[in-house]
Ligand binder design. Structure first.
Ligand SMILES: CC(C)=CCC/C(C)=C/CC/C(C)=C/CC/C(C)=C/COP(=O)(O)OP(=O)(O)O
Ligand SMILES: O=P(O)(O)OC[C@@H](O)CO
Ligand SMILES: [Mg+2]
Length: 247
């Protein structure tokens, strides 16, 4: 089964998908594999691999190879630029940062990365990537015209534009390590116009209660990264998150 179909099926049958984000720049490939293994035991659905500060090349390849030794969960690239493409992943969130001021993040990195995706046969999953205040490092790196936290109508406008451009997924990002995730009001308003298109929410989700609020508001998939890097017991943390968001 293709990864997109796999994720959509889980969203339909279990209510919400949990995605574990691993930044290849944050630890060694062996440590990344340990996190992925522990996350799989806790019930995560897939492993996203990427970072905004551009760990590509050998580190990225090794991180994916080690993760694949330790778990059968699908691996999905979450690239900060064209160097974030690796042939060892199963799929890639092929995203455009629709609210960037910089054409590099709207189409140029996509063009530079696309031939590698084509040759390696990894599955592209088209995605509109939208960065909301506070936006964190990724907001700065991606030169985003940050969507104000309390202006859900602006997020709705961008989400609709992404849907009409043919993108299957929409990602509402508050920035890695944000104090709080995007508001339930914004999540609900965006999901309302997306209909069956899938909505991913990430940035600042640290516990089951917060994850549940996002899921109940309309998120189809929840991403957590920072809290797993900080947890001494990744399996227990994932169990907490997963049990809060699944039917
Ligand atoms: C599709 C291709 C080939 C490229 C897309 C390039 C785009 C649109 C990038 C968007 C801007 C960007 C820098 C995204 C990075 C997203 C990401 C991998 C965030 C991960 O967050 P962390 O790595 O946890 O954040 P820190 O790096 O701040 O820790
Ligand atoms: O690190 P956290 O805050 O979990 O954010 C995850 C993801 O949305 C970052 O791109
Ligand atoms: Mg990081």
């Amino acid at each position: 089964m293709q990864v997109e179909e796999y994720l959509n099926k889980i969203a339909e049958s279990e209510g919400t998908v949990h995605l574990t984000l691993i930044d290849p720049a944050s630890q060694t490939p062996d440590e990344a594999a340990e996190i992925a293994h522990a996350a799989a035991l806790g019930g995560t659905d897939a492993i996203m691999v990427g970072g905004s500060t551009g760990a590509g090349g050998v580190i990225l390849d090794q991180t994916l190879l080690k993760i694949k030794e330790k778990t059968d969960k699908p691996t999905i690239l979450f690239p900060g630029n064209a160097s974030g493409v690796s042939r060892y992943a199963d799929a890639i969130f092929f995203m455009s940062l629709l609210n960037s001021r910089d054409i590099n993040f709207i189409t140029t990195n996509q063009a530079m990365g696309a031939p590698v995706v084509y040759k390696s046969g990894i599955e592209p999953i088209s995605m509109a990537y939208l960065i909301v205040e506070p936006g964190g490092t990724v907001g700065w790196v991606g030169d985003a015209k940050l969507i104000p936290k309390h202006k859900p109508e602006l997020a709705v406008a961008y989400a609709l534009a992404g849907k009409y451009l043919g993108m299957h997924y929409t990602y509402l990002e508050a920035g890695s390590g944000a104090d709080a995730p995007v508001t339930p009001e914004m999540i609900g308003a965006v999901k309302h116009v997306l209909g069956d298109n899938k909505l991913i929410v990430g940035g600042g989700i640290r516990d089951g209660e917060t994850a549940k609020l996002c899921a109940l508001a309309g998120a189809d998939m929840i991403v957590t990264g920072t809290i797993l890097e900080e947890s001494s017991n990744v399996t227990a943390k994932i169990e907490e998150l997963v049990s809060a968001i699944k039917k």
